[in-house]
Design a protein around this ligand. Structure first.
Ligand SMILES: Cc1cc2nc3c(=O)[nH]c(=O)nc-3n(C[C@H](O)[C@H](O)[C@H](O)COP(=O)(O)O)c2cc1C
Length: 160
């Protein structure tokens, strides 16, 4: 099955999941990048990112080309920001609405509970089949090997 992972990552956790999906499912990866993204640290990172997410902003993405028709399964993932999907994910799905696709979702978050972010992504993906959902708690903290096991187990479920 030809698989594409579309992801956004600010601090590298979701990028690690995308890398591991590439390793265990041979998935192609496509990283969403925000145009003129400000790189904040500490409190300002949470403040600006949180405001964007709560305000349901859809920041412009850097131009890209990707042929979604090549893929049988599209995995979409990224971080939870203020209980919502990071805004770049909504930017993508608004500009490139998926229809009648087989999809799967993952989120990375600090708490391990993606909460309403999952509901919001399901709403953005209405009209598609969501075949799996997975939440990873700051996977960079768990290390690559432990995370690879979790990703591998998820891939098995997805490909059943
Ligand atoms: C602006 C901002 C808001 C966040 N809000 C939440 C949150 O509501 N719940 C949570 O569990 N983690 C939250 N986090 C933590 C990230 O979701 C978590 O660290 C995630 O693994 C980061 O993924 P990334 O490294 O791919 O960017 C937030 C992080 C940022 C930068």
């Amino acid at each position: 099955m030809k698989i594409l992972t579309i992801y956004y990552s600010y601090d590298g956790n979701s990028a690690l999941i995308a890398e591991l999906l590439k390793m265990s499912a041979n998935a192609d990866t496509f990283r969403l990048e925000v145009e003129n993204e400000k790189r904040h640290k500490g409190f300002l990172k949470y403040l600006f990112g949180g405001l964007q997410a709560v305000g349901r902003k859809k920041p412009a993405l850097k131009p890209f080309t990707v042929n979604l028709d090549e893929y049988e399964l599209i995995i979409i993932g990224g971080p939870v920001w203020a209980g919502s999907p990071a805004p770049a994910l909504a930017s993508f799905l608004t500009k490139y609405p998926l229809k009648s696709r087989k999809t799967a979702l993952f989120f990375c978050c600090a708490s391990g509970d993606a909460g309403k972010a999952l509901e919001q992504m399901r709403a953005l993906l209405r009209g598609n089949m969501v075949t799996g959902e997975k939440v990873f708690q700051n996977p960079l903290n768990s290390g690559k090997n432990a995370t690879a096991e979790k990703v591998g187990a998820w891939v098995k479920e997805l490909l059943k």
